[in-house]
Design a protein around this ligand. Structure first.
Ligand SMILES: *[C@@H]1O[C@H](CO)[C@@H](O)[C@H](O)[C@H]1NC(C)=O
Ligand SMILES: *[C@@H]1O[C@H](CO)[C@@H](O)[C@H](O)[C@H]1NC(C)=O
Length: 314
């Protein structure tokens, strides 16, 4: 059975070839804190999801204000890592980051039993390979089938890098690094390698402008070049090719696909602190947080208010 990872790849390949005017992105975004729009003038839904996670935020929507405050007190005690009675910006940031990663851990948990065929608590490369590429490994390739050989060896290489202790068995943190390399420092090199192999068509170890654009856009007869292509050319000269030698090396490629410039968890921690730090001493007491409980967790009441507002529109 060819599993979802591969199917995603295939869809990606198909769509990227199918629509020449559609832009393809190589940038590996960190998982967003929330899919919702962040506009505190409308509601605090984004903040709730960033602070609680999507599922927990839903649970809180059905709580009374009192219950919601009771639970928030417990959460604040957990955030106050060093137990000094204050929540600092760093503690808030760490909390938000853990909430953000919880989703990924749940995702790993969820997939685990599918791959751990012998239930020994580890996923061996052979198990992963059999589950992911099983049907391809079994039969001879028919003409219409995609040849997975390269994809499989690429997976194997990535698996080996993720497998920190080198026993070809992934425990949960190692499997996490395999599935979500963008969050792991030691995985960056292999992700850059994969990207360069895709794009560097002449194999000189660099991505030149032609290759850079060629990866996103295939010129076709009679199809006018979309405007973003010109913008991307300019981006290449202005931002991607930092040392201005006309091509991107590994380091420049890394800066492109894993940009380190904006950290949503940091931004959200600053935002929550700014909005609730009544005495402006740069840290939060439990009271300051509870005074703004609608910002952090919300409750039925805020949602009720929201429903009323929606009715007002009609
Ligand atoms: C993987 O599949 C091969 C061929 O079917 C089989 O011989 C092998 O035992 C399988 N390995 C695991 C770990 O399931
Ligand atoms: C699939 O690709 C690999 C590597 O490019 C090649 O060695 C192999 O012969 C191909 N298999 C088939 C059946 O075309």
């Amino acid at each position: 059975m060819i599993r979802s990872v591969v199917i995603c790849w295939l869809l990606f390949i198909v769509t990227s070839r199918g629509k020449p005017t559609e832009k393809k992105s190589r940038v590996l975004q960190e998982e967003p804190l929330s899919q919702l729009q962040h506009d505190d003038n409308k509601n605090f839904d984004y903040d709730h999801e960033a602070f609680l996670g999507q599922d927990e935020a839903k649970t809180f929507e059905h709580l009374s204000p009192d219950e919601s405050k009771r639970r928030l007190r417990i959460i604040v005690d957990r955030i106050d890592d060093n137990k000094d009675g204050f929540v600092s910006e760093e503690e808030l940031e760490l909390w938000i980051r853990n909430v953000q990663n919880r989703h990924m851990y749940e995702n790993v948990e969820h997939q685990w039993h599918e791959f751990d065929l012998n239930n020994d608590g580890l996923i061996s490369w052979e198990e992963y390979r059999n589950v992911t590429y099983g049907s391809y490994l079994e039969g001879p390739l028919t003409e219409r089938e995609y040849n997975y050989t390269n994809m499989m060896s690429r997976d194997e290489r990535r698996f080996k890098v993720a497998d920190s202790n080198g026993d070809m068995n992934a425990d949960k943190p190692e499997f996490m690094a395999f599935l979500h390399p963008e969050n792991h420092e030691h995985m960056k090199e292999v992700v850059v390698q994969e990207t360069m192999e895709d794009i560097d068509k002449n194999g000189d170890g660099f991505i030149d402008l032609k290759e850079y654009i060629g990866d996103m856009f295939t010129a076709e007869n009679g199809v006018e070049e979309p405007e973003w292509v010109a913008t991307e050319r300019q981006q290449f000269y202005e931002f991607r090719d930092k040392n201005k030698d006309g091509k991107m090396d590994r380091e420049e490629t890394l800066d492109w696909i894993l940009p380190a410039d904006y950290d949503h968890a940091v931004a959200e921690a600053k935002h929550l602190l700014y909005e609730s730090d009544t005495n402006k001493d740069g840290k939060l007491t439990k009271e300051e947080i509870l005074d703004k409980f609608d910002l952090f967790v919300g409750s039925q009441v805020t949602n009720y208010g929201e429903v009323l507002m929606r009715h007002d529109e009609f």
